[in-house]
Ligand binder design. Structure first.
Ligand code: SF4
Length: 351
């Protein structure tokens, strides 16, 4: 025991050398005194966020196909729009291609969650390829709807984004010219359907609920006979994630949406955040994309993730905030999801 032990116990701060203060453990530092001089930040975490049932199923399909048939397994298009997920599957042996003619006849091929034009599985069948369709069942529901209206003699108007794989896939369910694409309410005035009395509309599943309502209103105003879907085409996951963002946006100084630039539902979350009152809403793929300088000295931040962003990236962003702020996490829960989709039978059966 050192000669000054008694004095140290009596008035430790006066006698303890500066080095000893630096070497205090984290547990010694815990207590009524503040443990950090980092600025305080409340991090609001949206719930639901991240993976939806369709994305979860699509990833499982690729993983199960790799287990069942071994690598390589070919995947047409990014299975879901997330580079982290795609790179992970690539490391396990998935080969991502843009077109079917890049796949050999003798290896399995998987079609992405966004859906494919009819011609793609037809070509795979003609080549006698083994293929598994990972199209989300909620996208397939829109395909079936389009076919049903077509069979009843109605021309389709699709509300969606030009060039997005889901829009290409849905429009490709019907012969050329049978689906008219509309992207904005302003587009409605310029379309020339065959017969304005025989029209129906469908939508992409990942659109902004509020923007779509405006486009539907414009369609109904110009074509009063237009037929809508039995049940909303915008899916439960898109709707729930947008609702959580709307609840969170007015309380936060800034909002980050974790998602890919080509992820439609993630980009819509950014737009919804801005229009619900958060002027700084940004898309980030992962923590390294956060612009700390632009965030400045915020006191609160909202964090959510698009339907194709895994939870590991959410945790990475929270950890990045913890490194700079004294963070309190609060969940903003607006819905509880329990949706699950089965993988196709061919993957549930033994090899
Ligand atoms: S966002 Fe909706 S439609 Fe798209 S994969 Fe997920 S559940 Fe399916």
């Amino acid at each position: 025991m050192c000669a000054n032990a008694r004095l140290c116990r009596t008035n430790p701060d006066r006698l303890r050398p500066p080095l000893a203060r630096l070497s205090l453990s984290a547990s010694e530092l815990k207590g009524p005194q503040p443990v950090t001089d980092k600025p305080r930040l409340t991090l609001y975490l949206a719930a639901p966020r991240g993976f939806c049932a369709g994305v979860d199923r699509a990833i499982k399909i690729v993983e199960m196909a790799l287990q069942k048939w071994g690598p390589p397994v070919y995947v047409r298009h990014e299975i879901v729009h997330n580079a982290y997920v795609v790179d992970g599957l690539r490391k396990k042996g998935a080969v991502f291609v843009e077109e079917l003619d890049e796949c050999p006849d003798d290896r399995p091929v998987i079609f992405s969650a966004h859906g494919e034009p009819k011609a793609v599985p037809a070509e795979a069948a003609r080549r006698d390829m083994l293929f598994v369709d990972a199209t989300c069942p909620l996208v397939s529901k829109v395909h079936i709807e389009a076919e049903r209206h077509h069979a009843n003699g109605l021309q389709m108007v699709m509300i969606g984004h030009q060039g997005h794989p889901e829009t290409v896939g849905t429009m490709g369910q019907l012969p050329e010219g049978e689906v008219i694409l509309v992207e904005t309410a302003g587009d409605v005035a310029g379309i020339t359907p065959r017969d304005p009395e025989k029209l129906a509309y469908i939508t992409q599943t990942t659109l902004s609920v509020d923007d779509t309502a405006g486009i539907v209103a414009a369609l109904q105003a110009r074509f009063p006979a237009i037929v809508g879907p039995h049940k909303e085409d915008i899916c439960y996951a898109t709707t729930n994630r947008q609702e959580a963002v709307k609840a969170m946006a007015p309380r936060v100084d800034a909002m980050l949406v974790i998602g890919a630039p080509n992820s439609s539902n993630s980009r819509r979350l950014v737009e919804v955040g801005r229009s619900a009152g958060c002027s700084y809403a940004q898309l980030v793929q992962r923590a390294t994309d956060i612009d700390w300088r632009a965030l400045g000295s915020i006191g609160s931040v909202g964090v959510t993730a698009g339907a194709s962003a895994p939870e590991v990236l959410v945790n990475e962003v929270i950890d990045a905030f913890r490194a700079r702020f004294d963070v309190t996490v609060e969940t903003v829960e607006t819905a509880v999801e329990a949706v699950e989709f089965k993988v196709p039978r061919v993957l549930r059966e033994p090899a």
